[in-house]
Design a protein around this ligand. Structure first.
Ligand SMILES: [Zn+2]
Ligand SMILES: [Zn+2]
Length: 260
């Protein structure tokens, strides 16, 4: 049974299509469980700062309303869940959880794109070629986030475009994989990255996850409604797992963690 817990909406400014189109295309593509996990609003304690790639706080209610209504309307064809893809930013974590509670999300994915609290250490993953320190900081922050016990899975765990010392990469990613395993948190093979030939999924990372024996899921990371038809990219994600003696979990095996 195909499921996908990683779906965006146009509220985040870099996804396209109406919510309904995502649902209807997912049904046509044979998806049985569809989780919306748009980029969560963040509540920055910093004057005039707001990042452009996530929904604004005032959009959260409309998001919840729209997804819950679609869930009712299409309940005979597909199960729809409401979630967020969120960052773990220590200084504003509580506000993020409060917002999730207010609109009643079913689950959160951890998708760590930046470190610090974003406004203080504005280091975006994309094209970054930061040194060992950055990788360690990123790993520490992700682990601290996972330890909160509020995230259902870790999206694109291999997102950092690290080009430094190879041993250091192995050491840090082994530490991350072991911690995720210990906490019972699955890791995501990101299908958007696979489809768009980004620096993730990282072959080396999945080799490590295979050795550690992590639980794995495939997340579409759909930013357009037609993305559900990318069968070829999906199969390549499956192949990557199989090659490393892993296989995608079934939906029933995933523990959906309520974040509040
Ligand atoms: Zn996105
Ligand atoms: Zn995403």
């Amino acid at each position: 049974m195909i499921y996908n817990l990683h779906t965006h909406t146009e509220r985040c400014n870099h996804a396209y299509g109406e919510d309904r189109e995502f649902v209807e295309n997912a049904i046509k593509a044979g998806i049985k469980v569809l989780g919306f996990s748009d980029h969560c609003p963040q509540f920055f304690n910093y004057k005039d700062y707001y990042s452009y790639f996530r929904m604004l706080p005032e959009m959260a209610r409309d998001y919840a309303h729209s997804i819950r209504n679609l869930a009712k309307e299409y309940k005979d064809d597909i199960q729809i869940l409401l979630g967020f893809e969120a960052e773990y930013y220590p200084a504003i974590y509580d506000e993020m959880i409060a917002c999730s509670k207010k609109i009643g999300v079913d689950y959160l994915l951890l998708g760590q794109h930046l470190i610090g609290n974003e406004y203080d250490e504005h280091k975006f993953y994309k094209g970054e070629r930061e040194g060992e320190n950055f990788l360690t900081q990123h790993t520490n922050q992700v682990i601290e986030g996972l330890e909160k016990g509020t995230f259902t899975y870790l999206a694109h765990p291999d997102l950092v475009n690290y080009r430094g010392n190879h041993e250091h990469y192995i050491r840090e990613m082994t530490r991350l994989c072991k911690k995720a395993k210990e906490l019972g948190i699955p890791l995501e093979v990101n299908m958007l990255g696979m489809n768009n030939r980004r620096c993730y999924p990282n072959e080396k990372f999945w080799e490590i996850a295979g050795q550690v024996g992590n639980q794995a899921v495939i997340g579409f990371d759909a930013h357009t409604p037609d993305f559900f038809y990318k069968k070829d990219s999906y199969n390549r994600c499956v192949d990557l797992l199989l090659k490393n003696n892993l296989s995608p979990m079934s939906f029933e095996e995933i523990k959906i963690r309520k974040p509040y």
